[in-house]
Design a protein around this ligand. Sequence first.
Ligand code: SF4
Length: 282
Amino acid sequence: MTRQLVTDTQNTWCPGCGNFSIQHTLKNVFAAMEKEGKSLDDVVLVSGIGCHAKIVDYLNVNTFYSIHGRTIPVATGIKIANPNLTVICCSGDGDSYAEGLDHLIFAAKRNIDITVLIHNNRVYGLTTGQYTPTSPLGFKGKSTPSGTAEYPLNPIELMLASGATYVARGYTRKMDQLKNLVMEGIAHKGFAFIDVLQICATFFPVSDYYSSRVYELSDHNRTDFESACTKAREWDYNSDAKIALGTFFERSLPSFDEKMGQHRMNAVERERAIQEFLITRT
Ligand code: SF4
């Protein structure tokens, strides 16, 4: 029997929220995985705290609703405990670019085989409109009525510098492309990072700004790190430059969970050798 992918839980996102597009995209990804014969029993979706996090209530796969900023350590633990699982993280810009930023950096550095989608609406939506690390300079919100005095973080550049082996950017109004990026991220063996420009219809409704600037990366060599850095710096989350969407960078390296698996096997073999030695002594 085909699984009903969307739950009956009442959805409380605001009308026009970009989270609907991410939910729909993941639903399509899960349907495609089922079609390929992959069991969704082997998929775990982890979220943090924020508007994005409710997605675990709305999709019918194994889910873990974690705590603020700790989405990635929870997902890392799940993957290490059972490397056969496909672990997907949904996190927010307030969740993983602020409170949990260190976890994001170290997950990229370790190359743990999880796929991270950041619902980057560039505002704290659930707490009604405070600025986040990706809000533009001068952003006026509840905590900054005169405008922020900080420049925004560039997460694509940060992830490249941190060693992420798959780095991409999607947009909630380009759902087919976003689906392809998520499928690629899941297929990638190692840490896959996808920054998703998501519209917050209530506190940062900038779809016209994005829609007039986004373009798809083409003629771009995703294995060229320097070229990826150049592309990442084109738009600094603050300017009027064009905004590249697509895969900036990809490379193949052994993943953290593979290496942990080898350590675990070595430990088991060592323990067995000790036991055999003790038996021969008695
Ligand atoms: Fe979506 Fe913004 Fe409403 Fe939260 S506050 S549900 S992010 S539109």
